[in-house]
Structures are given as structure tokens and as C-alpha cells.
Design a protein. Structure first.
Length: 256
């Protein structure tokens, strides 16, 4: 067996979490030059490497490696603790959007910042209910239509309490677009009038109701890639009736 044949069975590998893109590029270049079976790299570089090699060598990665999971879990927990300690305003039951050390710079409290704090697990359980009440109170700077998903994901930490609120807000915001003759969802509630008459009238980021209906109303959620395995657990009930079908690579899922 010659060298070329041997290399055709080799996965040229660099899996270090600290690997830089220039190192990944070198691995790819080597894989192409020596015709290896594949280049095996960290998951975060797979898409970028695929575009870089343009099919000249196979890209593979390793999943389910928990060797450093505890290390990064501790980093996450420490970071969340620091964010809560420095950004949480107990009097307002809300997170400020930034830290300002100069008196003449205002401190803002926004729906987006508070939604992300809840979704990221920053908010401790003992403060969660109060934080969600503030999020739904209307006192914070309003989130944009295209980012409303984060607000609804945060509120669905308490689905029995906030499910109907979400449905009512969707009916008000997106229903208003339909009442004004929209045939696709707008970038903002103002439609074309926004951004000096340059608002998008067909904006993919604004299709939040589709996500909410499938994720929380029909309650379908993937447990493995491609919905090969999935969970069905409707979380918004409240007298609504939902019908839907969902195509996967393996089957068509029909729910009611």
C-alpha cells in the first residue's frame, strides 16, 4: 500500500477548541494537497470550511464530546452570575441594557435586553416571575417585530400565565398588518412608511407567528436532527384550536 492509498483512509484532524481559522485553513489545504479521506475540525468551523474547500475534500467533525463541557458550564454560570449582579435593578425588577459610569448618560431598560437575559439563563428562579411581569408590562423600551421571538420565548418560561398574552399580542401586531392588506409580514408595524419610506414589506425575520404556532401551539420540537425524533407538547392551550402539518425528511407530521 503506497502513501497516497494510506492517506485516503486518514481523517486529517484538528479538534482543539482554541483552534484559529488560519489553522483550520491550513488543515483544509493539507487535506486537499494530500487527498486525505477528510479534514476533521471543530463543529463551529464546519460551514466556513465547507465554503472554503468547495468540495475538494470532505469535512467532518465530532459531536457528543463532553470532555470540556463542565469547564464551559462553569464559565457560563460565572458569567450569568456576574451579569445578574451588575445589570439587575431589584427596584424595577429589570435588567439595564448597559453599564453607564457617567452621570449624564441615560440608562435604558429594554424588552430585548430583558428577553435575552431570561433566555440565556441569567435571571435566577427567585426573580423570574417578577422579571416576566416587567417584560410584559409595557414599561420597557419596545422590542422590534423581527426580534419578538426572544420576548415570547422568555415569557413561555411560564406558559400558563403568559400564553394568552402572547396570542393576543400576535393578533394585535400581525393581525393589524393583515387588516391593512398585507400579503406578507412587514419588517416593522409601520410597513413601507418606516425608515424614511424604505421599510421592507416582505421580511423573513418578521414571520414570528409561524415559529410560535409550531413551537408552542402545536407543540412540536426536534429531539434529533431532521426531526427524526421529536416531542409533541402543546404549551399554549386556553380554548384555542390548532391544526397543522409539518414535513420532515422522514415523514409528514399532522397535528390537531
Amino acid at each position: 500500500m503506497n502513501q497516497e492509498k494510506i492517506l485516503s483512509y486518514v481523517d486529517h484532524t484538528l479538534l482543539s477548541p482554541a483552534a484559529r481559522w488560519d489553522e483550520i485553513k491550513q488543515i483544509c489545504d493539507d487535506g486537499i494537497a494530500y487527498k486525505t479521506a477528510s479534514v476533521c475540525i471543530p463543529p463551529c468551523y464546519v460551514a466556513q470550511a465547507r465554503d472554503y474547500v468547495k468540495g475538494q475534500v470532505k469535512i467532518c467533525t465530532v459531536i457528543g464530546d463532553f470532555s470540556e463541557a463542565e469547564k464551559y458550564k462553569k464559565i457560563r454560570d460565572d458569567l450569568n452570575h456576574c451579569i445578574h449582579k451588575n445589570f439587575w435593578n431589584a427596584e424595577l425588577s429589570a435588567y439595564k441594557s448597559s453599564l453607564c459610569f457617567e452621570r449624564d448618560i441615560p440608562v435604558y431598560y429594554t424588552e430585548l435586553a430583558n428577553s435575552l437575559a431570561v433566555c440565556a439563563g441569567v435571571c435566577p428562579d427567585e426573580h423570574l416571575s417578577k422579571a416576566l411581569e416587567t417584560l410584559a408590562s409595557g414599561r420597557l423600551l419596545k422590542i422590534t417585530v423581527s426580534h419578538a421571538r426572544y420576548k415570547y420565548d422568555a415569557l413561555m418560561k411560564e406558559p400558563d400565565k403568559w400564553g394568552n398574552y402572547i396570542m393576543d399580542e400576535i393578533a394585535e401586531i400581525w393581525g393589524n398588518m393583515l387588516y391593512q392588506g398585507a400579503t406578507s409580514f412587514w419588517e416593522t408595524e409601520k410597513g413601507a412608511k418606516d425608515f424614511s419610506l424604505s421599510g421592507s414589506m416582505c421580511h423573513g425575520w418578521s414571520t414570528i407567528p409561524i415559529y410560535i404556532y409550531f413551537r408552542y401551539c402545536l407543540g412540536i420540537y426536534p429531539d434529533s436532527p431532521g426531526f427524526k425524533e421529536y416531542t409533541i407538547k402543546p404549551l399554549i392551550k386556553g380554548g384555542y384550536k390548532f391544526l397543522g402539518e409539518f414535513n420532515t425528511p422522514f415523514e409528514k407530521i399532522i397535528l390537531s
